[in-house]
Design a protein around this ligand. Structure first.
Ligand SMILES: Nc1nc2c(c(=O)[nH]1)N[C@H]1C(S)=C(S)[C@@H](COP(=O)(O)O)O[C@H]1N2
Ligand SMILES: [Mo]
Length: 571
């Protein structure tokens, strides 16, 4: 079957392109890839799912201070018609001079939020107070903006600077300016690994990318190179020989484990588990109403085998005893990836998941039979099967058994679901629990939205994936080619070989997805098909039919029936 789509501006690059995909999200508006795969001479092509929208690239960077500033300042410009502070500055012939120490003392809303940029001193208190997400800029408060802008690679800074000038209150003393310049502003992303060119990049720095859906459903075990990648920060360089994992909170001391300890002191355990980002399919929510976050398509999900020590075994070795559960409720994880202030990525899971024999939580050092790749957490990451990607902390540095959840931004103020009626003015992040187990999910990977099938083919083959959180097994996938009027049951596949269905895992331990496939006759006379899929798990949870009722401001938990439209070409 030939599926060939063209966009207005055609950019073509094949899989043998340069290793680091040089195409920025804003430019990669319409990429067509062509190649033939495994034995079949079929040529397939892929249309880039996202339009040439710089706004989306910017939204993708919203997790970063610089981008919050860029975004917020942009709006600030829109609602502030007269820029009085700028005029004030212009009237003064010599601007006030401040020392770094004075600037340092303004790092909260109470004391004012000051930052420096290229020798200028800016009081951005009003901006931070007025803009949701603005509190992130507090990371830069009292210091220089440059390293933040380097970290989050905000381009297009010109208009931001223009607006920033409205907040200028003076200049930094010459002496302190000199000191600042001696702090090298090197690109913290320069040592990030080389990535597979097939990946569709959502954001380059930090690196976030997903595979083209059609490749995703080609293999039950996703090859590591095209496994979706979701980084909030630069990839840290960890030396395996000096690596030490710190385990705290159980006995009086702390337990330190080298990589060798992890590999030799504990039984090696292997599981196959699917990881899904909470933001998978966020782009569909974006179509209903703008949300904040990376504009993921349907492939922020992948499946791999993971090997490592069981977290349970390590906690036992660190002195876990049953009474611990009287005071402790959570196990916190800290990554070795840091932002410029030294804050590490962090998350936590409930203690009972961590310690349960059936929980299968791993401190994984292998992915698909090899050392973990740098992007996926080398040398050690947590795998919490059945649980949202965000808790599967990579580059694991520390484990803390605690009465409290992780205090990290990603546990407290992100990765939570809200009502469609909650907006950025009313949201109270404390009011919702952190996402742990994910709901039932499925999506169509083939054909792609907008593809064309020939009437003479008489039938259409549809493929996709289905998965549910919490170890719930997918028991059925229903597929419709007429928008949901009539349904067919798809064939499920739970191993690499199509003809060898694996036996069901024990209840509550179905960690891996199922791939599915169905061949449906082309409905007579239909010129366009609306293909729909929906999955059912063994608790009989089903997906909601539309997006609107589950829309939420962060665009998480997007799991409505997946729909693609396909044209039928008459011969
Ligand atoms: N240390 C660290 N761990 C992390 C992250 C991160 O940025 N830093 N991202 C999390 C998120 S949001 C997801 S979805 C998964 C993605 O894992 P992957 O990149 O291996 O697909 O890692 C999680 N673990
Ligand atoms: Mo995620």
């Amino acid at each position: 079957m030939l599926l060939l789509r063209r966009c207005r501006s055609l950019t073509r690059f094949g899989p043998l392109n340069t290793q680091r995909n040089p195409v920025a999200p804003a430019v990669a508006s319409c990429a067509v890839r062509l190649w033939s795969s495994g034995g079949s001479e079929d040529q397939r092509s892929y249309r880039h799912a996202h339009g040439p929208r710089w706004r989306h690239a910017l939204a993708g960077l919203l997790a970063g201070t610089g981008a919050v500033l860029a975004y917020g300042l942009h709006h600030h410009q829109a609602d502030q018609s007269d820029s009085t502070s700028l005029q004030t500055i212009e009237k003064i012939s010599t601007p006030p001079i401040f020392t770094q120490e004075e600037v340092n003392s303004h790092r909260s809303l109470e004391d004012g939020v000051w930052v420096t940029y290229k020798g200028g001193v800016y009081d951005i208190t009003e901006f931070v107070a007025m803009h949701p997400g603005g509190e992130k800029i507090l990371l830069a408060a009292g210091g220089a903006l440059e390293p933040f802008w380097a970290l989050y690679a905000v381009h297009n800074q010109e208009h931001v600077l223009e607006i920033l000038s409205e907040y200028k209150v003076g200049e930094l003393s010459a002496e302190d300016q000199k000191k600042q310049q001696t702090v090298k502003s090197s690109d913290p992303y320069s040592s990030d690994p080389v990535r597979h060119p097939a990946l569709r990049i959502n954001s380059l720095k930090p690196f976030n990318a997903e595979p083209p859906p059609e490749i995703l459903s080609d293999s039950y075990i996703t090859p590591s190179a095209i496994f979706f990648k979701r980084n909030h920060l630069p990839v840290p360089q960890v030396d395996p020989d000096s690596y030490q994992l710190r385990v705290e909170g159980l006995s009086e001391g702390v337990l330190m484990l080298s990589l060798k300890d992890l590999k030799t002191k504990f039984k090696k355990h292997t599981i196959t588990a699917t990881l899904q980002c909470a933001g998978n399919r966020r782009s569909e929510m974006n179509k209903v109403k703008q949300v904040k976050g990376l504009n993921w398509g349907i492939a922020a999900i992948s499946n791999a085998t993971w090997s490592g020590a069981r977290l349970r075994d390590v906690l036992m070795d660190a002195g876990y005893y049953p009474d611990v559960s009287q005071w402790a409720r959570h196990v916190q994880f800290e990554g070795l990836d840091k932002d410029v202030t030294g804050t590490t990525y962090g998350a936590s899971i409930p203690l009972n998941k961590a310690i349960s024999e059936d929980g299968d939580v791993l401190l994984a050092y292998e992915m698909n039979g090899e050392d973990l790749p740098a992007d996926h957490g080398y040398p050690v990451r947590v795998i919490v099967p059945g649980t949202v990607g965000a808790r599967n902390v990579k580059w694991l540095g520390k484990i803390i058994v605690s009465a409290e959840e992780s205090h990290s931004h990603w546990q407290q103020n992100d990765y939570k679901g809200f009502s469609p009626g909650t907006d950025w003015d009313t949201v109270d992040f404390k009011s919702a629990p952190a996402i742990q187990e994910l709901p039932i999910q499925s999506a169509i990977t083939m054909p792609a939205d907008g593809a064309v099938v020939d009437r003479s083919d008489e039938e259409v083959t549809i493929k996709g994936y289905a998965w549910s959180g919490g170890g719930r097994e997918v028991v059925r996938v229903d597929v419709s080619v007429d928008g949901g009027k009539t349904w067919q049951v798809a064939q499920l596949r739970s191993s690499e070989k199509e003809q060898a269905p694996a036996p069901s895992p024990p209840p509550g331990q179905a960690w891996a997805w199922k791939l599915w496939e169905v061949t449906a006759p082309l409905p007579q006379e239909a010129q366009e098909l609306e293909i729909v899929c929906k999955a059912v798990d063994n608790s009989y949870n089903m997906q909601p039919d539309t997006v609107s009722p589950i829309w939420n401001l962060r665009g998480v938990l997007s799991n409505a029936w997946h729909r693609v439209k396909v044209k039928v070409r008459e011969d």
